[in-house]
Design a protein around this ligand. Structure first.
Ligand code: PEP
Length: 239
């Protein structure tokens, strides 16, 4: 399992349903990873084998995994298959999967636990909707998500949490810096066991705001969607 403690920051690129072979070739020709940081590229699964890794500060990640370990589940990919193909990270419970594929906290917990058993680090995504934020329910929603989607065997060495307000994903909107730091502090203080967890922020991170977000005392890195597709922009974010 990757040693998360050795990095000052962790940056995850979520390409979502984007990319092709020539995009990949161009991307890795220009990608410049920073040696103090951990950079993880999460591509569509068909390209996972083509991603470049150096097992030092550049890794590959899947965007999802099956809840099942094996059997008659057409179209699924198991945690052990990801491990067999040297994948070290996997996004779990991204809001797009919760929203469009009806993924529940229970599914997220099972998937995360299967990944940890295979020594793959789950990046467990949690976050409130705009409606929930406006009703001041952020802490309540996050508490429920943490309680029901983070498995008991997760700890700061084998799992990551990503705070991604749903209303900030792909919208250009972000919480204020104070709000981000307060929510991250809330997550780390939710229970004694989360104090040392690395908590990443995701939602409209770009080169113009990444430094101020990543410099916050309770932020340990960022999860980047749209801006990770532009390699020059991503290089600035991770530099
Ligand atoms: C994401 O997909 O997790 C994400 C944060 O997207 P964006 O950076 O485009 O808001």
């Amino acid at each position: 399992m990757v040693n998360l403690d050795k990095y000052s920051s962790i940056f995850i690129a979520n390409w979502k349903l984007n990319g092709n072979s020539s995009f990949l070739k161009h991307y890795y020709e220009k990608l410049k990873v920073n040696s103090n940081n951990c950079t993880v590229i999460c591509s569509p699964s068909i390209y996972l084998k083509s991603l470049k890794v150096n097992n030092n500060n550049l890794f590959s990640g899947a965007q999802d995994v099956s809840s099942f370990k094996e059997g008659a589940y057409t179209g699924e990919l198991s945690a052990s298959m990801l491990k067999d193909n040297n994948i070290d990270f996997c996004l779990v419970g991204h809001s797009e999967r919760r929203q469009y594929f009806a993924e529940t906290n229970g599914n997220v917990k099972t998937k995360s636990s299967n990944l940890i058993e295979e020594n793959i680090i789950p990046i467990i995504c949690i976050g409130e909707t705009l409606e929930e934020k406006e009703k001041s329910l952020t802490e309540e929603i996050l508490s429920t998500q943490i309680k029901n989607s983070v498995p008991n065997l997760a700890n700061h060495k084998n799992a990551l949490i990503a705070y991604e307000p749903v209303w900030a994903i792909g919208t250009g909107l972000t919480p204020t810096l104070d709000e981000i730091n307060e929510v991250h502090e809330f997550i780390k203080n939710y229970d004694q066991k989360f104090i040392n967890f690395k908590v990443l922020y995701g939602g409209s991170v770009k080169s113009s705001n990444s430094k101020e977000i990543n410099d916050l005392s309770h932020v340990d890195g960022c999860l980047i969607g749209g801006a990770s597709l532009k390699v020059d922009e991503f290089n600035t974010i991770i530099s």
